[in-house]
Design a protein around this ligand. Sequence first.
Ligand code: F6R
Length: 368
Amino acid sequence: EKGGWSSFMAKEISEEPDAIANTLLGRVVDGDVVLPELDPIQAALDDVDRIIIVACGTAAYSGILGKYALEKWAGVPTEVELSHEFRYRDPVLTSRTLVISISQSGETMDTLMAVKYAGERGANTLSICNTQGATIARESDAALFTHAGPEVAVASTKAFVAQVTALYLVALKLGIARGTLEPGVVAGHLEQLLALPGKLSQVLETGSQIRELARGMSDTRSVLFLGRNVGYPIALEGALKLKELAYIHAEGFAAGELKHGPIALIEPGQRVFVVVPSPRDSDSLHRKVVSNIQEIRARGAFVIAIAEEGDVAVLPYADDVLRIPLAGPMFEPLLAVAPLQIFAMELAAAKGLDVDQPRNLAKSVTVE
Ligand code: F6R
């Protein structure tokens, strides 16, 4: 039931801190990552030389963050592919390939068929699902469940943060096993993960600022989203949410692509959300994105920056700034996504639309 919430989506966004906490529960023990669910594929994990993540929609965007973590922390070459593209192009699969599928429902037909295809061609399969007993979990060699709780609203929200949490656990576990992470680094990352629910609760308290912003934009016809590095999948997700919920044309770009084409779209009044990288991670990436903001601002864009607390470099150029607490570069996407989810929901509500049941969409896509 919705409880006191205006929609299931609002309720489910409010449950995001718990979705992360519950997905971590019992899996971080004494500075180690404990995932007995991976036991059935332990031999394969010891030998893996390539990972392919298959998923659709929001789940595929969580997969991009999984890729960054798996490569950065475990040093395993990783690709992300949309499930429905994967099996129609003769992908190279060997017994050393691990195919990780991600699906909230665990019933998405495209992803199920990709998992079956991978298994038939000798790859090892691991599924990350949010629904116990789901078909995709049963069809995989191993299954790791996210504990976001049932997601009722058609648009995926809390499942996304739970998926990223689960992928980060797998990446850390592999990094520990392969010796690619120093124990001190592991400890730092685990600490950041465990602190996320509290920080995300703080982000959710800024909901009224986002509602005001959304209400002022209900006549907007197009919104662009820019992000770089781990902010890139967040930009893609922000755009997807806005399309599905508010039926507004939206596109997410890697900020570095701007000058390769999309900057031509910038005209006075164009709304652009920019997910700003942490200045502490890479000074040069931060500076590059701030300079992207200057470039689009100079062409009349209305810029809403999502930036770390204390990042003052964005202030002279952004029309509005949504703040997220410091969490370490890899973890900030888990805080930056909620403002975009809330924005899409509030804009849809301002237009009088049904945020739980957007037109033309089904919660689980069980046809190809
Ligand atoms: C977006 C959304 C969809 C799903 C996609 C995959 O809000 O809900 O893009 O993420 O259909 O669904 P699952 O995760 O159930 O495989």
